[in-house]
Design a binder for this molecule. Structure first.
Ligand code: XMP
Length: 326
């Protein structure tokens, strides 16, 4: 790829003024590159694709076509937020595809973590390509590539996420944040007026809650992961841990254990809480969540999430553990 190095004289974008300058430059560059042609973007709702979407909407309005694929493994409220922010607030030309059943049916009974990832990656590309084929006159593909992705093409994203578009959909690329570091992308996102929770969102893996439902994913266990994750996030926000802790989520292993409720024995799932701090995900330390907060989260999960009788906390650092369970 030509021109794939950041100009060493480029200032680090760490304030609103520099961000606004960057936005003006990029808007002009995008307009020059694409003219009145149409651009396609897979909008996951992650920081990078969201900032790229907001930049392109500013530059070319409805000539940007965003496709948001719901693979059924997103967190509670995530697709709704993408639709609210992009379609309703920013007026994006947004196609929402609920492909949950297609993904979950294909994943039924599949236990191996890498096979699960491959299936998710492949169906994602298939669904995206199907949508792209339905559209007329697309000439460009926008991507939320950021500088660390270029520097470490063997990095986390490249290592974990498989696949590429089929050759007939090999459009010219528009990559307006490809020379930015993550912290700069966030500053630009704020300057573009994106909501803070979207801009400062914790990392979320491409295969989503699928890797937090270890072994073969069932709709029942996925629901337990989604509901317990929503409670954890809500309590972290209420207790000023959001924005302080790097990544936090719940895992629901594929086994049940006994409990007791209303004098009857139960046989239900255990929810594991994991909260870690890291700089670049290659190593991680464990956040010491105060016990009163943990107890509150425990009580809410045990009372509000159906099918759970036990709550555990994972205190393993990376290494020896990884951040996700698979
Ligand atoms: P691990 O579990 O390898 O995770 O310590 C390091 C970071 O990468 C994220 N992660 C993924 N991201 N696709 C992604 O885009 C994946 O398949 C994937 N698996 C893990 C993980 O959430 C953590 O931030």
């Amino acid at each position: 790829m030509p021109n794939d190095h950041r100009d060493p004289n480029m200032k680090r974008i760490n304030n609103k003024k520099l961000a606004l300058e960057f936005i003006d430059e990029q808007v002009a560059a995008i307009q020059k590159q694409v003219g009145n042609k149409k651009v396609l973007l897979a909008l996951s709702g992650g920081v990078d694709s969201s900032v790229v979407a907001a930049l392109l909407i500013r530059a070319i309005g409805s000539n940007l076509v965003c496709v948001h694929v719901n693979h059924g493994l997103l967190r509670k409220g995530e697709s709704e937020q993408v639709i609210k922010v992009f379609r309703e607030q920013l007026g994006a030309n947004l196609i929402y595809v609920d492909a949950s059943d297609r993904f979950l049916d294909a994943l039924e009974g599949v236990e191996d973590p890498e096979t699960k990832r491959k299936i998710i990656g492949k169906i994602f590309i298939d669904v995206f390509a199907e949508e792209a084929r339905k559209l007329e006159g697309i000439e460009f593909l926008a991507q939320g590539t950021i500088y660390p992705d270029i520097l470490e093409s063997k990095g986390i994203k490249a290592h974990h996420n498989v696949g590429g578009l089929p050759p007939e959909l090999n459009f010219d690329l528009v990559e307006p944040v490809k020379f930015l570091y993550k912290d700069e992308v966030r500053v630009v996102g704020e300057a573009l007026g994106l909501p803070r929770p979207m801009v400062y969102r914790q990392p979320f893996p491409g295969p989503g809650l699928g890797v937090r439902c270890p072994g073969a994913i069932t709709r029942e266990r996925l629901e337990v992961v989604r509901e317990s994750d929503a409670i954890l996030r809500e309590e972290f926000a209420l207790n000023d841990l959001e924005g302080k802790v790097w990544q936090y989520f719940t895992i629901v292993p594929p086994f049940k254990s006994t409990g007791i409720k209303d004098n009857k024995r139960t046989y239900e799932y255990a929810v594991v809480i994991r909260a870690v701090n890291s700089i670049d995900a290659t190593t991680a330390t464990v956040e010491e969540i105060p016990y009163p907060i943990l107890f509150k989260i425990r009580d809410r999960i045990l009372n509000e999430v159906k099918g759970v009788n036990r709550v555990l906390v994972d205190i393993s650092p990376k290494p020896v553990a990884t951040i996700e369970w698979e």
